[in-house]
Ligand binder design. Structure first.
Ligand SMILES: [Zn+2]
Length: 288
């Protein structure tokens, strides 16, 4: 199976592939255990900072090893703001790369995304290129209020016309629109997704729709969004919060413990639980 095949399967099943960001091998293995338990595919993503911390090449090797052992795991270079970083990920054999020109003008975004899609095609690798349309913030953390410039009004969200023009001119394989979603968790309240907008975009799109900023979204919104046509959901902040809380608990439980595989375990278990619940929800195996 390739990631492209998994998207076709998600479309046929009316489900969405779960995408989780990781910074280290503890989180990576925890997410893999969750996917194995659920018997579903999973995508692993690394932002520029996360990729630098774990090592892009090292992670690519880990994913290859897991796949050789039968795991349905796919690797994504999350949010590259430069062509160079995205090209590097393609050269390393990543299954998908995101080129994020959402903060640029529409035409600049098209030019950058088109250049990368052409490079991916020329590489003759099995790689999907994802474009970003509509600014949803950049930081995967807990925000007190909505980050500046984030579009959550209907007028500011991605329009079906923009979307189809962007896909036609760039030749991207995946597209992430702005539909009321925000990167990170907003402490003052959950962002609500515009299901009507997702339906309109899905009708206008020739490629799968990806939802970013899933953390903090209500379960009922996820279910409706997937029903409306979302085929991949990104979760980062929720996993970070679970990891941090689990680590704190694990360290506090025994101040004398020095074996990492013991004091990291509570963090890993917390990550696995969050990932498992999200995977089950996105594959329509939880009844609300
Ligand atoms: Zn994102």
């Amino acid at each position: 199976m390739t990631l492209k095949d998994e998207f076709a399967r998600a479309r046929d099943n009316g489900s969405a592939i779960a995408h989780f960001n990781v910074s280290d091998s503890t989180q990576f293995n925890a997410v893999l255990r969750a996917a194995k338990r659920a018997d579903e595919p999973v995508a692993i993503g690394v932002s520029e900072g996360e990729g630098e911390f774990i090592g892009m090449g090292v992670l690519a090797g880990m994913v290859k090893a897991a796949r050789d052992e039968g795991a349905r795991v796919y690797l994504n270079a999350d949010h590259s703001y430069s062509i160079e970083r995205a090209k590097h990920a393609i050269d390393l054999g990543f299954d998908s790369v995101i080129i994020d020109g959402a903060k640029l003008s529409f035409d600049e975004n098209i030019a950058m995304t088109r250049a990368l899609a052409a490079y991916a095609k020329g590489s003759e690798k099995e790689v999907l290129v994802e474009g970003e349309l509509g600014y949803i913030g950049t930081s995967s953390k807990i925000h007190a209020t909505l980050p500046e410039g984030v579009a959550i009004t209907e007028e500011a969200m991605t329009s079906p016309e923009e979307l189809s023009r962007f896909i036609a001119e760039t030749q991207v394989n995946l597209i992430a629109p702005s539909v009321g979603n925000v990167h990170g968790i907003i402490a003052s309240g959950e962002p609500r997704l515009s299901i009507r907008r997702i339906e309109a975009l899905a009708a206008a799109s020739s490629v799968p729709l990806v939802l970013h900023g899933g953390s903090g979204t209500l379960d009922e919104d996820f279910v409706a969004a997937i029903k409306a046509g979302i085929r991949m959901v990104h979760i980062n902040t929720e996993l970070r919060v679970a990891y941090r809380k689990g680590l704190d608990a694990g360290l506090a439980a025994d101040a004398e413990e020095v074996a990492p595989y013991r004091f990291l375990k509570a963090g890993a278990d917390a990550v696995e639980e969050v990932a498992y619940r999200r995977i089950m929800l996105f594959s329509n195996r939880v009844s609300l």
